[in-house]
Design a protein around this ligand. Structure first.
Ligand code: G6P
Ligand code: MG
Length: 225
């Protein structure tokens, strides 16, 4: 079976905005008396803005203190801090190996999709100078369920007009790996702690057209046996 498309997560795969999300949430959390550590942060990757806030409030035992309008305000404050921090992004903020991989996928006629639940995704791709290298970006504003629900990856497959089993998904979050697997795509995890990834790589450095091709062929040979 031919590989038809590769679908990328954004934060933590294409660029290191995962850390910027953390810094913005940590500041907002501190303002309301909650200490946010890296461990909770791991559980926010791939999770929408409002759901992330709900998890932070839960972790600090503060769920009852904030009603819906106050939560919206907190989420807006976090986003304002986050968007401010995005001003530091430029074409050199793309993680190692990603731009080269995107170019090679194009040259080899493999579709390229984005499956990020971030509402800031379009402006981030623009800041990185990558928007033309993506054939289809799933629209986060139309997505009802955060990862690990497969909805955003399915939307990317639909937009690219490909079947999930003909695709590879790349993620840095456990929720994202679970979403990819739930679609029936092959999953590539960036980070050694991810469970159930079909291929685990320590960093994007190790991602290349050659490594993806080998992975694809090996998996399909195994299935054929
Ligand atoms: C990605 C990130 C999450 C973030 C979500 C929403 O999935 O991994 O940490 O909460 O996008 O991002 P946004 O930019 O819309 O607040
Ligand atoms: Mg991510």
């Amino acid at each position: 079976m031919k590989l038809q498309a590769v679908i990328f997560d954004l934060d933590g795969v294409v660029t290191d905005t995962a850390h910027l999300h953390f810094l913005a949430w940590r500041r907002v959390a501190k303002e309301i008396g909650i200490t946010l550590d890296e461990q909770i942060n791991e559980q926010l990757k791939g999770i929408s803005r409002m759901e992330s806030l709900a998890r932070i409030l839960r972790s600090g035992g503060a769920e009852q203190r904030f009603d819906e309008p106050q939560r919206v305000q907190l989420a807006q404050r976090k986003n304002a801090l986050y968007v401010e921090s995005l001003r530091q992004l430029n074409m050199s903020s793309v993680l190692p190996g990603i731009r080269e991989l995107l170019n090679e996928l194009h040259v080899n006629g493999v579709g390229v999709g984005l499956a990020s639940v971030s509402l800031n995704a379009p402006q981030i791709l623009q800041a990185l100078g990558l928007e033309r290298l993506f054939d289809f970006c799933a629209d986060a504003s139309r997505i009802k369920h955060s990862k690990p629900d497969p909805e955003i990856f399915m939307a990317a497959c639909t937009g690219l007009n490909v079947e999930p089993r003909c695709c590879i998904g790349i993620e840095d979050a456990q929720a994202g790996i679970d979403a990819i697997n739930a679609c029936g795509m092959l999953s590539v995890g960036i980070g050694t702690a991810l469970l159930q990834a079909d291929l685990r790589l320590a960093s994007t450095d190790e991602l290349s057209w050659a490594s993806l091709q080998t992975f694809w062929l090996t998996k399909h040979r195994q299935q054929a046996v």
